[in-house]
Design a protein around this ligand. Structure first.
Ligand SMILES: [Zn+2]
Ligand SMILES: [Zn+2]
Length: 254
């Protein structure tokens, strides 16, 4: 698998960090993990083949992770690039995903689901295992962030394992969930003295990374306070493993 960071930031407008979104190429499929408001245009900017996208993962309904989905579906109805598309698009996320999308759709008769190809919405539960796309097995974990928020673990046919925490507060359950991941994409919202229990600060992220023995850890969801700091140097004081700072446009092989 190959991961492209589209947005390493948060909801706060930022010059170099778009809202969350990660493109993942699997053997034969293209998937998107979260779709913040900037992501539809970021996919174009990175010259990714968005008209052929197979599946979209929605970790939770905060608009920095989800707000790009209605505009993206709206654009797919009209884009010349999808005029001949017939293969389905699958949108996978937590309970109430269909209800939230339908209420947006109904608010102005956008007809987001009247596409030239099928759009399927699949709701998954915490601790559910399912096939994400053919050849890629998925596993979910409830995170302490919102009532619906989920972390996602993916295992490809070559047994490479990728875990995306999305937004989360501190919980030791992540250790077991992300055990021996080849790549752990973990939020690290704050440097220290976090103002919200529902996110991670660096020492918490590093204690999780140390315990789960991930091969590589990519830190993302970086609030602007990180602009003043070197996150990799800071992390090395706490854990000597392989830490990467997420940056928009970064590509990582898994
Ligand atoms: Zn967020
Ligand atoms: Zn959130």
């Amino acid at each position: 698998m190959e991961l492209t960071v589209l947005g390493s930031g948060t909801s706060i407008p930022h010059l170099r960090r778009a809202s969350p979104g990660f493109w993942l190429d699997t053997d034969n499929h293209k998937v998107l993990l979260d779709i913040g408001p900037d992501i539809p245009h970021r996919m174009a900017e990175e010259k990714l083949n968005w008209p052929e996208l197979d599946a979209i993962w929605v970790s939770h309904f905060h608009l920095d992770h989800f707000g790009g989905l209605p505009p993206f579906l709206f654009s797919l109805r009209w884009a010349p690039q999808t005029a001949n598309r017939r293969k389905p698009l699958t949108i996978i996320g937590p309970a109430d995903l269909q209800k939230v999308l339908t209420s947006i759709d109904d608010s102005n008769n956008y007809r987001l689901f009247s596409q030239r190809f099928p759009v399927e919405v699949i709701e998954v539960r915490p601790d559910e295992q399912f096939e994400f796309v053919p050849g890629v097995l998925a596993h979910t974990m409830k995170t302490p962030h919102t009532k619906e928020s989920l972390a996602l673990g993916l295992t490809a046919s070559d047994d490479k394992r990728f875990v995306y925490t999305s937004d989360t507060g501190f919980t030791e359950e992540i250790i077991l969930f992300a055990k021996n991941a080849d790549v752990l994409l973990m939020e690290c919202s704050f440097r220290r003295n976090k103002p919200l229990q529902t996110h991670l600060e660096l020492n918490e992220a590093m204690s999780l990374a140390r315990e789960c023995h991930a091969e590589k850890v990519i830190l993302t969801h970086l609030y602007p306070e990180w602009d003043e700091a070197d996150i990799v140097a800071d992390s090395r004081r706490l854990w000597q493993g392989h830490v990467i700072e997420a940056q928009d446009g970064l590509v990582v092989k898994i």
